[in-house]
Design a protein around this ligand. Structure first.
Ligand SMILES: Cc1ncc(COP(=O)(O)O)c(C=O)c1O
Length: 428
């Protein structure tokens, strides 16, 4: 068998689709752990159930629903109980009520994202998003879109400023935003989002009068109930109700309820787009399992249980992120070229380790890769560089995820970091 020849049978799009670079880092971490290294693994965008158990309502509810016989296909657009539960939750927690026809259930947020790109973007059309961001490059590639990437940095909280987006609106098919943002753990400023909504509404008024296709906003708020301190989640329709016609929300239980393995997500969006997504995802078979849908409906309908769980998970993730932030700030105050952004949402902290030019005695760090390798091998600190989120322009910035670590482990790593930094020599 000639495997090269067989590989030539893979279609161009799939052959040129990149796998996740985070998985490559995870493999490197696993190899070090297997060799006996003590690693504090902050690379995982998932939850360890030891630290973040499922809400009881989901665990018990799924088991009950399976025993009740909910083991067959759900309706393609989701069970009515869950679509209504999403409708009521948005009314109660966001302050506006989608119609039932606006709500579509799917097997997690990924199919929703894929379905949105598929439903809106024709080959050759432009998709606008900031970098760093999560997987927009891959979704754009899969639909044959043209990426318009706006490079953003810490000075903008890692969100594209309005002035950087608006020049691209005229000929774009889709703008994609995610807040709280993976990888940075920052939230979009409501004034920036309101400004963008106004610009999209103005653009669409012009397009309608010219008979051109509308511009849509894909708004990924999968982490929206995980905010910390003074940070508040902002969303387009709360700020500008007219945006209901143009916003495709991406949402689900994966992150706010530590339920990544249950595969329940949903969109709320304009019916023509939602109907098209339903057709695409129906053919893929990307619906959420029926028993998990039943359990999710029961959880969301029980606002006391939901509130209690959210208080728990915000407390658990918030305590870890705050510890990391404060200890890194302490290092900065000691004069090390280390800094972090105050945690605002999600389960991530943005941190910079600008140690290029410093020396460990054995080696001078010539690149960001040298620094990352030293932090991994000498400190046992595993993080994902923003490069893996399409941001080589922020070479020393990293995503630190607290989904799979306890506070004791974090504190021990921070002690190791403090000690290891003390052994380094500054550039002359
Ligand atoms: C911003 C963002 N959107 C969507 C997803 C996908 O979520 P799901 O596991 O529900 O597919 C993730 C997962 O990491 C994410 O970080």
């Amino acid at each position: 068998m000639n495997s090269e020849w067989l590989a030539s049978g893979v279609a161009t799009m799939a052959a040129s689709l990149q796998g996740s670079s985070i998985l490559a880092i995870a493999a490197q971490v696993r190899a070090l752990v297997a060799q006996g290294h003590q690693i504090c693994n902050l690379t995982i965008g998932d939850f360890d159930p030891k630290h973040y158990p499922l809400p009881d309502r989901l665990l018990q509810g799924t088991t009950d629903a399976l025993r009740e016989g909910h083991t067959n296909y759900p309706p393609a657009n989701g069970i009515p109980e869950l679509r209504k539960a999403v409708q009521h939750m948005y009314k109660a927690r966001l302050g506006w009520e989608p119609k039932l026809e606006n709500v579509l259930i799917a097997g997690g947020a990924r199919p929703v994202l894929y379905g949105c790109y598929r439903a809106v973007v024709n080959p050759g059309e432009k998709v606008v998003y900031g970098t760093p961001s999560w997987n927009n490059n891959h979704y754009t590639h899969m639909v044959g879109g043209v990426p318009v990437e706006i490079q953003v940095g810490p000075e903008d909280n890692f969100f594209p400023p309005l002035a950087a987006i608006t020049p691209h609106l005229r000929d774009a098919a889709l703008v994609v935003l995610n807040s709280p943002l993976n990888p940075s753990g920052t939230c979009i400023d409501p004034a920036t989002l309101a400004g963008l909504c106004d610009a999209i509404l103005t653009e669409n008024a012009a397009r309608q009068s010219q008979g051109r296709r509308p511009l849509f906003l894909c708004y990924d708020q999968i982490y929206w109930m995980l905010t910390f301190g003074e940070s508040r989640h902002a969303d387009p329709v709360s700020l500008r109700p007219a945006m209901a016609d143009y916003t495709v929300y991406v949402d689900g239980i994966s992150k706010c309820f530590a339920a990544t393995g249950l595969r329940v997500g949903w969109t709320v969006g304009p019916p023509p787009v939602v109907d098209a997504m339903n057709k695409v995802l129906g053919h893929v078979g990307a619906w959420a399992p029926k028993a998990e849908q039943m359990a999710t409906a029961r959880l969301l309908d029980d606002s006391a249980s939901t509130d209690a769980y959210l208080a728990f998970i915000r407390g658990a993730a918030g305590a870890r992120l705050t510890m990391l932030f404060q200890r890194l700030e302490h290092l900065r105050a000691q004069g090390y070229p280390v800094q972090a952004l105050e945690p605002q949402g999600a389960i991530y902290l943005s941190a910079e380790f600008a140690l290029e030019g410093w020396s460990s005695g054995k080696k001078v760090f010539h690149s960001a890769a040298d620094v990352r390798t030293w932090l991994l091998e000498e400190v046992g600190l595993a993080m994902v560089p923003f490069r893996a989120f399409g941001a080589p322009h922020a070479p020393h910035w990293y995503r630190l995820s607290v989904g799979a670590v306890g506070e004791t482990e974090l504190s021990a790593m921070l002690d190791r970091l403090q000690a290891a930094l003390g052994t380094l020599t500054r550039p002359a």
